[in-house]
Design a protein around this ligand. Sequence first.
Ligand code: ASP
Length: 314
Amino acid sequence: MPTPLVAILATGGTIAGAATRPGDDASYVAAQFGVAQLIAAVPALAGRPLEAEQVAQLDSKDMTHAVWQQLAHRCAHHLARPEVAGVVVTHGTDTLEETAWFLHRTLAPGKPLVLTAAMRPATSIQADGPQNLLDALALAQHAGARGVLACVQGRAHGPADVRKRHGSRLDAFASGEAGPVALIEQGQVRQLRPWPVGTALGVPEARAADWPAVIVLPSHAGLATGMAQALVQAAIAQGARGLVIEGTGNGTVHSAWDGAIAAAQAAGVTVWRATRCQDGGVVGEGGLPHAQGLSAAQARVELMLDKALGGAAA
Ligand code: ASP
């Protein structure tokens, strides 16, 4: 059987990063190499049926809704082609869990849509990008694989569970208590859990600049009521339509936020809560609505889509 065709869409990140001094894995600039160079760095990809497209070239800490909109449209385009088995997206690690959730909710693809990344720049003497790209390709070509997956260090994580848990180590990603969906070992895919499925909400059609403003505000010790009120007033003045309070523990929120939250709600702003705990999410009802196991950053995406799509998301 011929090897299935995969489209690789590049967006930048450390996987495409370059240091001025070879071997310097700390001071480098992300998003320097183009997708053709990333592919050329993996000899095992020579002759494979691949198509490559540079969708963006940025450090993912600077990810924008405009890039998400374009990326989602390009993913949808390639996934709809019968001859394409799957899509691989090269991405920065910093906001990978947000992009994964965004693509899952908007596209919920029936083919594999695999995000991959690297913790070391392409100029590192032990760059991790080439192996991650090779593993992502194996996953995208795997018969039966489907849904949005984040493939790093031989593990495929689901879009709700994936978290960047370490700021510098190679093994920076995990799925917490849920565990990875699959392992990629020597090019072979070993499925551990069901592939992620969902209902595609569609990509918001409005100009990305007009997507509803939703921001995350943290709850922490030592918060003053006046500070909380000033932050919320500023958010409302800037047009915020939603707030996600990144709470403590099981989504608990400092009482200093109470008046500010009530004022936001009175002004028509939707307020959700999440937790800064890495595992467990928020469980139980009562108090502010919450987005269960999503991180605060992912809950922001969920609330933004809910507003953009007229309540279709929640
Ligand atoms: N700042 C980089 C990015 O997210 C980090 C990385 O890719 O590892 O694009």
